[in-house]
Design a protein around this ligand. Structure first.
Ligand SMILES: C[S@@+](CC[C@H](N)C(=O)[O-])C[C@H]1O[C@@H](n2cnc3c(N)ncnc32)[C@H](O)[C@@H]1O
Length: 275
């Protein structure tokens, strides 16, 4: 299934409008592979007639489905290792000391994809900070794709997924095997919640976060959208909170609301004029 250059341009524009994701023209083939199943389900005989349906605006929910289908959901448990070492050695001990009185922590896995990031943080806390077992700790995962959110909520992973980044000891301790799948334990699951949020649209009321993980999603957004997003993230954070980006991402070129710090071989950000 392929379509004309102007149809691809229309699809790129539609995705940009719905999710702010920029898709380079060199990746047109991705539209073919990702949209063919939706086109078939919608009764279109090929991508061209599917684009015709989209242009005619019927049904409206298809526009959202196209944007969701084009998201890149690559993720893994304890992705990149270093940020998690830094959480364990630096950020969580500091936050725990700061929040000793409230006994409450709110963590945001923004762009959580299928949930591995949120569950990794939950496991890290249970494993290394048993003293806060009775605190009110919540990790809120959000994403624009309803499909990945459902997957995250199920908390069931295939062998290939648990084999990526999850130490065998943690797998045995925090998952229960059920046939071909591994299910997150109740303890870890009860710390995580998942909900829809488009990072480039007005954000829902979530919480005031002590820690925000905004990893491996900024690269899909324009400079302007990143600047707006940093402003929104800043407003949703405690002044004494922490922001962690992806290894290849930085805030400095989009905002002056955060200042960078380096510890445990990794960078993190603090709100400027925070406490
Ligand atoms: C590459 S994954 C990163 C997952 C995880 N943060 C990590 O680092 O492993 C990017 C995620 O961002 C989500 N995403 C893309 N655009 C978004 C938007 N405008 N709002 C919210 N989520 C978005 C995608 O659906 C995808 O699940």
């Amino acid at each position: 299934m392929a379509c004309s250059d102007s149809d691809y341009a229309y699809l790129r524009e539609l995705v940009l409008e719905q999710s702010s994701n920029q898709i380079d023209p060199s990746r047109n083939a991705l539209f073919d592979t990702r949209l063919t199943p939706i086109a078939r389900i919608s009764g279109a005989s090929n991508l061209e007639s599917f684009v015709g349906m989209l242009k005619a605006g019927r049904p409206a929910h298809l526009h959202r489905a196209v944007a969701e289908a084009m998201t890149i959901n690559e993720t893994s448990f304890f992705r990149d290792v270093k940020p998690y070492d830094m959480l364990r050695a630096v950020i969580l001990p500091r936050l725990i000391e700061q929040r000793m009185k409230e006994r409450r922590l709110r963590i945001w896995s923004a762009a959580s994809s299928t949930g591995q990031e949120a569950y990794s943080i939950a496991m890290l806390i249970v494993e290394h900070f048993p003293d806060i077992a009775h605190w009110d700790v919540k990790i809120i995962g959000t994403d624009i794709s309803r499909q990945v959110l459902e997957y995250a909520q199920r908390g069931r992973y295939r062998r290939l997924e648990v084999n990526r980044g999850l130490p065998a000891r943690m797998l045995l301790k925090y998952f229960v095997r059920d046939g071909e799948e591994w299910e997150v334990s109740d303890k870890v699951r009860s710390m995580c919640e998942f909900q829809y949020a488009n990072l480039c649209a007005p954000l829902p009321r979530l919480a005031v976060f002590d820690l925000v993980m905004l990893r491996n999603v900024l690269l899909y957004f324009s400079q302007n959208d990143r600047t707006h997003l940093f402003g929104d993230v800043h407003r949703k954070m405690s002044p004494s909170g922490y922001l962690v980006l992806g290894n290849a991402e930085q805030a400095e070129d989009s905002t002056d609301l955060f200042e960078v710090e380096f510890a445990a071989n990794c960078y993190f950000y603090r709100p400027v004029n925070g406490s």
